[in-house]
Design a protein around this ligand. Sequence first.
Ligand SMILES: [Cu+2]
Length: 101
Amino acid sequence: MRRIALSALLFASLPATAAEVAVRIDKSAFDPARITVKAGDTVTWTNAEKRTSHDVIFEDGERSVRLLPDDAWSRTFATPGRYPYHCEPHPHMKGEVVVEP
Ligand SMILES: [Cu+2]
């Protein structure tokens, strides 16, 4: 009983840990296209295509390298805001990361 109470207290006092969030790129689309994360979280895009390469180009200037099939790229979002992005060779592929405080 005492041990359970102590564990709960320790857990409650720990700072929130940064999360890792995955976005899959497949069938020429970002999945999910729109995600909401917390400041400090890291988002990883993985190209799940068989043949097609893609990239992740943010309007704020941050950009991935070209992602060949099975390649992955990550960005950590320190500042709250909206971060729209697209794929350069396929401009119809759009996504957005919403970063909450
Ligand atoms: Cu693309």
